[in-house]
Structures are given as structure tokens and as C-alpha cells.
Design a protein around this ligand. Structure first.
Ligand SMILES: [Fe+2]
Ligand SMILES: [Zn+2]
Length: 349
């Protein structure tokens, strides 16, 4: 989420936020809802193929979808009241609110030295020399955070979940999610991290996907556990460049698999790649690249997710509906659109 939302300035979403890309976990299907007739015409058959065969099962799905549409209508006002209330939250590690270079893995700091940032090639060479890998076209992994910082962040997330009564779900695919914005980390932790480090990388490695014009972000934590939520279904993200940073090591399995890019599904040359998740390491990829998490076979895994956004890209086409965005004003937690003009200055600055 952008700094401007943390400052409670008006933000914008595409109207598709309210009724599209609704995930039916039980049947592994994304749906949209305008009315009962449209829903039946568009999805009844697909649902039946996925095992939703009885009238009762279908009406349960319909109720679930309508409830989600209602939740989305009040999402931003609820987020705002949660955000304001959670300002009272008492941190167990208050120092994590303030970004410090000591949180960063020394290999990442070495990789980000000025001399390595001349162009994409020099950056990729230093990435490979400092514990990073190129897994495929525009899929990279490299160490970012120290283990000590990862542990503190997980402890803080866990404490936040236990001590706050009201939280907003960052998305419908993972009900264990926690918004890092709502936790109060946008201004002084995430913004400097993205502005001083991540944007430098996206500018060199994702310039063809808006990486040189990132001006807002959304960040949240997700948790997988073997019994309740072992995996994540295939999807793409609502961003331009995505990062998934693994925060712990007490799990087995859970590789992140990256496949085709939205709009380029016919690209048969694109080999799927499965990337191993390691504590303190991130996986960076185009947000529009379809991906899913393989099941973890043991333990619990927590990841911090960052979706970096460029208004200059998304003002032209909303990634979630594929149309020119139908822009709607919201009080907080927008999706990185601006009102017809590009932001005059980077909201990450
Ligand atoms: Fe994702
Ligand atoms: Zn849209």
C-alpha cells in the first residue's frame, strides 16, 4: 500500500474490485458476480466440472459469493476504522517500525553496492555472486533479510494477530493474511526499503513492466500450515512486480511455481519453474506471471509479500479486469490508480 494511503489521502480502485476475481477455494475457481442469472450462465458449468454438482452445493457457492461482494463493498471503510484503531497497537519489537540496514543480509548489501548497479547485467552478475539465482525469464531469488530480523517480524505479526480484534484480510486466497500497512509498517519501514533498494532492482530488471515507475505498493504477510492451509492455488497478483520473502525455515515443501504470463498464455517456450523457499530470501517476478505454491508437507511457513505498482501502467489497463480502469474513490487501501494523471511525485518518497 502506498504512503499516501497511510496519510489517509484519497485513493482509487477499479470498480472490478467489488465483484470480480472472487476466489472459490473449495472448487479452485475465480469468479465474478453481477447478478444471479449472469453467475449461473458464466460459472455453473465450470463449477459442476469441479465437483459442485448438487443444487445445495451450488446455492452454498452463490451465498458465499454474495457474502464476499458485500464484504468488498464495506472493505475500505472497515480497513480505515481498523487502521485507525490499530494505531494503538503495542509492538513487542518497536524497533522494527523504523527501517535499519542491519535488517538486511550482508550479501544483499554487497549486491546493492553502487558499482553493481550500472545496468541489468552488472546487477545480475552481483546477484549470482551473492547467493542469488536467475530461475528463468525475469524470475529471481536472492537473500534480503537477516534471520534475526525475520524472526522478530514473525513474532510481531503473531502478536499483532493475537492482540488485535479487528483486522482486514489482504486478499481472499489466504485467510491467515495480515496487512503490514494495518500493522503500521508502511511509512518508516516499507517505504524506505522499497524506495532505497527494491525500486533500484525493479528499474534495472523489470523496466518493461513498469519497474522504472513504481509509485505505490501493497504489502502483507501470509501463513501456510500443513493441516489448515498447505498451498496456494494458481493466480496472478494485483501489482506490476511481486516479491515473496520467506520468513522462517521450519517447514518442508512449499516451492513457488511460476508459469505463463497473463495475456501470453500461449507462449509454449515458457517453461514453468519451481523455486525453493528459503528463510530471509525473496523471489521476485512479474506480478502478471501466473504462480502457485506447492503444498508444504511439514510445519508452518510465513511469507511477507510486496506488490509494487506503477500508476502509469495500471491507469492504462487494470490488471484484474484487463480493461481501462473504471476508477472509484476510496478512503484508504487503494490499488495504485491515479485520477487520470500520473502522480506528481513518487508516493514512496
Ligand atoms: Fe501471488
Ligand atoms: Zn479492473
Amino acid at each position: 500500500m502506498s504512503q499516501s494511503s497511510a496519510a489517509l489521502r484519497t485513493e482509487y480502485v477499479c470498480s472490478c474490485f467489488f465483484n470480480r476475481q472472487i476466489f472459490i477455494k473449495k472448487y479452485g475457481l475465480h469468479v465474478s458476480y453481477d447478478n444471479d442469472t449472469q453467475f449461473e450462465d458464466d460459472f455453473r458449468q465450470s463449477l459442476r466440472f469441479r465437483g459442485c454438482s448438487t443444487d445445495k452445493q451450488y446455492s452454498d457457492v452463490l451465498s458465499q459469493v454474495k457474502a464476499e461482494v458485500e464484504r468488498r463493498k464495506s472493505y475500505h471503510s472497515t480497513f480505515l476504522s481498523n487502521y485507525l484503531r490499530n494505531r494503538e497497537y503495542r509492538y513487542i519489537h518497536p524497533e522494527i517500525i523504523q527501517f535499519q540496514t542491519s535488517y538486511l543480509d550482508q550479501r544483499f548489501l554487497d549486491m546493492m553496492q553502487e558499482k553493481n548497479l550500472q545496468n541489468a547485467d552488472t546487477l545480475l552478475q552481483s546477484l549470482a555472486a551473492n547467493g542469488g539465482f536467475v530461475h528463468g525469464q525475469q524470475v529471481y531469488s536472492f537473500p534480503i533479510f537477516t534471520k534475526n530480523f525475520c524472526t522478530q517480524l514473525i513474532e510481531e505479526i503473531t502478536n499483532f494477530k493475537q492482540s488485535t480484534q479487528e483486522r482486514s484480510l489482504p486478499n481472499t486466497m489466504n485467510f491467515e493474511g495480515v496487512s503490514l500497512d494495518e500493522m503500521g509498517l508502511s511509512y518508516t519501514f516499507l517505504t524506505p526499503l522499497i524506495k532505497n533498494y527494491f525500486q533500484t532492482i525493479t528499474k534495472l530488471l523489470f523496466s518493461n513492466w513498469g519497474g522504472g515507475a513504481i509509485d505505490s505498493f501493497k504489502s502483507f504477510a501470509v501463513r501456510y500450515d500443513k493441516d489448515k492451509h498447505p498451498s496456494l492455488s494458481k493466480h496472478f497478483d494485483n501489482g506490476e512486480v511481486s516479491m515473496s520473502i520467506c520468513l522462517n525455515s521450519e517447514f518442508e515443501g512449499g516451492d513457488l511455481q511460476l508459469e505463463q504470463v497473463l495475456g501470453q498464455e500461449e507462449d509454449l517456450d515458457m517453461e514453468p519453474v519451481a523455486v525453493n523457499q528459503q528463510m530471509g530470501h525473496c523471489i521476485m517476478h512479474r506480478s502478471r506471471q501466473f504462480h502457485f505454491a506447492h503444498p508444504i508437507t511439514n510445519g508452518v511457513r510465513t511469507n511477507m509479500i510486496v506488490w509494487m505498482r506503477s500508476s502509469s501502467i495500471r491507469n492504462e489497463m487494470c490488471p484484474m479486469c484487463g480493461q481501462r480502469p473504471d476508477i472509484q474513490e476510496v478512503p484508504i487501501a487503494g490499488d495504485g490508480f491515479t485520477l487520470g494523471q500520473e502522480r506528481t511525485s513518487c508516493s514512496c518518497s
